[in-house]
Design a protein around this ligand. Structure first.
Ligand code: PLP
Length: 360
């Protein structure tokens, strides 16, 4: 069933010579003048690749059936590309769901959550709702996770959350530090490494480590570099026993077949990722250089977002830009003078610079 589905997809691609045109895949429709410039949710300005769009359309016709075969095909292809076993990959309606389930599964009122700040708030929110203690540890001087401080934060921790590259800073934590966290974390705890943005960076993924560690869970999403945030497709990668603990909360509640086929087509489109990665890096680095030239300090981002020290209350800057139709990210409490900006397309970044120069 899996191979039939993949074969038919390939046959379909062969019949449409334009599917491989990557210039299309990254060429966003320029926003109409009245449109808002949305640099606030770390989405892709390019949306799904052409091959993914075609596959998603094809998926509509399969919606009369439960989408499990597409799910198995996606898990199998990802596992094959990463050199791990299919049983080590579970599919979710977005990685946020898997992250929430991880918090529910691995923390309790006696086994807390340890994470960095500023970082992605979802695990903290899930732990608070679950009445588990939360220990937030400041990023270190390089804006990496401060692993020694995180290891010391809670000897009873049930889960350590590490976002690499980190949202909102876009900064990396060295691989050796992640190795130390895995080796020295509290007994019985699970390390969750969120790699939502890893494909934008040159840093190595830790996905293959799940082969040797049954206390490591890695999260991936199709929402970022693959431009499929609205299709709700994410993966949890780990030992089958860890994945079973997540499934208690929402196993088999998978995205629509269209999303799964879009994900498959994205993984098959091997040229898409390097092209989008290079374009993002170029636009990001141009913007960072421009900001630095104007005297602003920014985080050393390896992702599709970065932070700027705006030297005034961040909320004020968010509102000034919003008044001009440029939406940027939210405020993190312990960095009250920093704003987060998502890297958009060329026109969007030009508009961002124009409004920033005029209003900040
Ligand atoms: N993890 C991180 C670090 C994120 O920044 C996001 C979304 O912004 C998610 C997970 C959620 O991804 P998904 O759209 O797959 O639920």
């Amino acid at each position: 069933m899996v191979s039939v589905s993949r074969r038919s997809l390939l046959a379909f691609s062969a019949a449409l010579p334009l599917l491989g045109r990557l210039d299309w895949a990254v060429a966003a429709t320029p926003p109409a003048k009245a449109d808002k410039v949305r640099l606030n949710y770390n989405e892709s300005p390019y949306g799904p690749a052409l091959a993914a769009r075609e596959a998603m359309q094809r998926g509509i016709a399969t919606a009369g059936r439960y989408p499990y075969n597409h799910m198995y095909a996606l898990a199998a292809l990802f596992a094959q590309q990463q050199g791990i076993a299919e049983e080590q990959v579970a599919v979710f309606s977005g990685s946020m769901a898997a992250l929430r389930y991880a918090v529910l599964a691995f923390t309790s009122d006696t086994r807390g959550l340890v994470m960095a700040t500023p970082s992605y708030e979802v695990p903290r929110q899930a732990a608070e709702a679950h009445k588990a203690p939360v220990h937030e540890v400041n990023l270190d001087a390089h804006h990496a996770h401060d692993i020694p401080a995180m290891l010391a934060a809670d000897p009873q921790a049930g889960m350590l959350y590490l976002c690499n590259p980190n949202n909102p800073t876009g900064t990396l934590t060295p691989t050796q530090a992640i190795r130390d966290a895995l080796a020295n974390k509290p007994k019985g705890s699970v390390l969750v490494v969120d790699e939502a943005y890893i494909d934008f960076a040159d840093a190595p993924s830790v996905v293959s480590w799940v082969k040797d560690h049954d206390d490591l869970l890695v999260l991936r999403t199709f929402s970022k570099i693959y431009g499929m945030a609205g299709a709700r497709l994410g993966l949890a990668i780990g030992h089958p026993t860890l994945l079973e603990r997540l499934a208690v909360f929402g196993g088999d509640n998978v995205p629509a077949g269209s999303s799964l086929l879009g994900g498959l087509a994205s993984l098959e489109d091997v040229k898409l990722l390097p092209q989008r990665k290079a374009l993002n890096a170029q636009l990001r680095d141009e913007t960072l250089a421009w900001l630095k030239g104007r005297g602003f300090t920014c985080t050393a981002s390896h992702s599709n977002c970065f932070m700027i020290d705006v030297k005034q209350p961040a909320q004020q800057v968010i509102e000034k830009l919003a008044a001009e139709g440029v939406l940027i990210g939210r405020v993190w409490q312990n960095w009250p003078q920093w704003v987060r900006v998502t890297v958009g397309n060329k026109q969007e970044m030009a508009r961002f610079r124009e409004v920033f120069a005029a209003r900040v």
